[in-house]
Design a protein around this ligand. Structure first.
Ligand code: ITT
Length: 191
């Protein structure tokens, strides 16, 4: 089986994506003894996905992909969006991020939002992008304890439970990341 590096410091993303990619062995950046945080300085998720993948590709000369994702809330003008990890403070803090979203949406009728993912793949220097998104609404309080990040406050369209109330398999059927990852898998299968 061929190796491919998933450039992420987020173990939850690896768990989700490993379930979907069968014919490549996923190497993590920890397997490369790389523990630094790569500064995400672009103002789009596509730009930040490129930063992460190109950094590791150039440093280790290894085929790799990264995922940059965010929660885009309509009533907040698309926030937290590309700043989802560091919405409430410069150091990523999930509880504070969720509290700030709930506070900013207090009294707001329009709770519509979308999770978006952009994957940047670099194979032998060739760059490809794969996108996925899922619409939904933001709850007024936390529901469920599974998943990660904003999962407890996001109910996908057509469902009555939050991502944090779903099993990994259920979330993986419909999530932004799974949509983008399935496109990546189709592409890799042709390689
Ligand atoms: P890497 O950059 O190292 O991959 P990260 O957690 O910083 O890990 P992002 O830069 O993509 O990932 O930040 C996106 C943030 O958006 C992340 O920290 C979560 O808070 C949130 N997020 C992304 N995908 C999510 C999901 O599937 N469910 C809930 N929240 C998610």
């Amino acid at each position: 089986m061929r190796d491919i590096c998933f450039v992420t410091g987020n173990q939850n993303k690896i768990i989700e994506v490993e379930k979907l990619i069968k014919n490549f062995k996923i190497i993590s950046t920890k397997d490369l003894n790389f523990y630094d945080e790569i500064p995400e300085t672009e103002n789009t998720i596509k730009g930040n996905a490129f930063i992460k993948s190109s950094f590791i590709y150039n440093k280790f000369n290894i085929n790799c992909f990264s995922d940059d994702s965010g929660l885009f809330i309509n009533a907040l003008g698309g926030e937290p969006g590309v700043r989802s990890a560091r919405y409430a403070s410069e150091i990523s803090h999930t509880e504070k991020n969720i509290n700030l979203v709930l506070k900013n949406l207090r009294g707001e009728e329009d709770r519509s939002a979308a999770f978006q993912t952009c994957i940047c793949l670099i194979i032998n220097g060739k760059i490809s992008y794969f996108e996925g998104s899922v619409k939904g609404i933001i709850t007024s309080k936390r529901l469920g304890s599974r998943g990660f990040g904003y999962d407890p406050i996001f109910i996908p369209e057509g469902y009555e439970r939050s991502f944090a109330q779903m099993s990994l398999e259920e979330k993986n059927k419909i999530s932004h990341r799974s949509i983008a990852t399935k496109k990546l898998v189709n592409f890799l299968n042709q390689k």
